[in-house]
Ligand binder design. Sequence first.
Ligand code: NAD
Ligand code: ZN
Length: 367
Amino acid sequence: MDRKAKAVVCREWGQPVQVETITVEGPRRGEITLKIAACGVCHSDLSATTGKIPYPPPLVLGHEAAGVVVEVGEGVTEFQEGDHVVSSFISMCGKCRQCVRGRPVLCENARKAMYTLPDGSVRTKDANGESLNVFGACGVMAEYATMHVDNCIQIDKAVPMQNAALVGCAVMTGVGAVFNTAQLEPGSRAAVFGIGGVGLNAIQGCVTSGAEMVIAVDSNPAKLEMAKQFGATHTVNINDVEDAAKAVKKMTGGVDYAFECVGAGAVVEQAYKCLGRGGTAVVVGVSDPKDKTSLTTLTLPADERTLKGSWLGSARPQYDFPRIIKLYQAGKLKLDELVTSTYAIEEAAQAFDDMVAGKNARGVIIM
Ligand code: NAD
Ligand code: ZN
């Protein structure tokens, strides 16, 4: 059935987000409709409103949510009404070479579903009946969303929705960059550049994996304080040093792993530069399509360095989301502390402004 829902929409790049009442159609074959409970505000949502991530407007934002199943489409056997679900922006066909080798974030058919459902269509319409694109096959910054089952991960009902929501992006991305992409060894030395929702989770991923030193790098003193709460052993404020990479190198002798959680070629360069011999720099931040980076070529072979990317923490969502939640329930990952402000959906523009101002670990919209 069709449902009316308030939704946070990008109408035009460079303009503030708008809250509109939209229509969300019920599920088709292989889909379910969720009543969204909570949705985190990620820097990638902001990047979609500026065109840095060039998903065409009009676009329903949101890819980091938790909700309850309210309607189940034909052929769906794995979900029933009342189940609790976290959204995943990984569209995975399950059949291509990457999916079958266990790398669903690299699915060869995923690009067809960057701002639609996997079949290329949408279930969202505005008040004039015009179709609305949906961020990452999700569009969950809304009271309801209809999604493909492969973008929905069932979770334990005991987990508070506002915490569970963050597993869908910030936590999976940051923790997964450490667990899955880097496979950080205990006793390693690590640096994290950019202490937003993603970077804080990279820090706690390093701590949980047994890193010996974790250096947090940011320009915002409040973020560096948060980093310490999440287990960073040292901090570097980029405004207090001439060269952050050199400062990290001086403290550590060169790190085994550096995580770029900003989204800028200049910071990728720093992450690469602060590596020790045999080190790996993991690029998590999403930069402008025209952005570039440079590195000293000689250090690649002679130091056996690695530069690699990480998409949603190299997740296998159906395996990794429940695994992360179990670690939270066991007291090994912090989720409660990540939610530093909550907002009503009408306050969405404020939530984006607060992210730009660096006020939150994560701001979460409660539907
Ligand atoms: P955020 O806005 O919450 O945090 C960014 C942080 O970077 C802020 O604390 C800011 O002060 C800091 N920063 C800015 N410039 C810096 C610099 N030069 N050096 C050090 N720190 C600097 O953002 P977020 O939601 O944590 O997202 C971080 C990045 O990760 C974004 O680019 C986002 O698009 C990307 N992202 C990637 C994935 C993925 O799958 N790879 C998933 C989610 C988000
Ligand atoms: Zn995100």
